[in-house]
Write a protein that binds this ligand. Structure first.
Ligand SMILES: [Zn+2]
Length: 195
């Protein structure tokens, strides 16, 4: 009993952060500035929920990893003009599923994300805006994986639809219930040694 109590207390005193490895695989070279902004945005949203993202290029990933998700980036992940849009589909990203399991394999459609950001120009600020939007799209996919759900929330990042305004706003967060579930999923469970 005493051991169990001690473990519970440790959990309460040291909530810590659960590491989450994000392994990136870019189809084409991405904007460095956009990648930095993307990292910052994912950390800004996931950090307060108890998740500590650590980034690795897929080909350089260490052999020992914590919980991980592989992120494949399709298209051009940098600001440029003259790209073609696909009017039939605006799926910004997707995550593989198998039966009831959400698998740690997500694809991010950079061209589609850029097509939702009409104000992008050839400047540094636009690369940051693009990176922030990519971060928000990634966090949506992490929500599906971490909570093992295909469901969506009525608003916020876990909503099925994200608008240009939401992707470019200064702040964009999860709704309260999704935040609670994500925070709960990051809490290490105490190990019960005695009954
Ligand atoms: Zn979704």
């Amino acid at each position: 009993m005493r051991t169990g109590l001690l473990l519970l207390l440790l959990t309460a005193v040291l909530p810590g952060q659960s590491p989450l490895a994000l392994l990136t695989d870019f189809e084409r070279p991405a904007s460095e500035r956009a990648v930095v902004a993307m990292h910052e945005e994912v950390a800004r949203i996931m950090g307060p929920l108890g998740w500590q993202p650590e980034w690795h290029a897929l080909e350089e990933a260490p052999s020992t990893l914590p919980l991980f998700v592989i992120l494949s980036f399709k298209g051009v992940c940098r600001v440029q003009t003259g790209f073609s849009q696909d009017p039939d589909s605006l799926t910004l990203a997707s995550t593989e599923v198998s039966g009831t399991h959400v698998l740690p394999f997500s694809s991010v459609e950079c061209n589609k994300v850029r097509s939702l950001l009409p104000g992008l120009r050839w400047d540094r600020e636009s690369e940051t805006v693009l990176g922030r939007a990519l971060g928000r799209v990634i966090v949506h996919e992490l929500y599906h994986f971490l909570l093992q759900t295909r469901k969506h929330a009525a608003k916020g990042i876990a909503n099925a639809f994200q608008t240009s305004r939401e992707l470019t706003a200064a702040e964009f967060r999860f709704d309260e219930l999704s935040s609670f579930k994500l925070r709960d999923s990051a809490v290490p469970r105490p190990i019960i040694l005695e009954h």
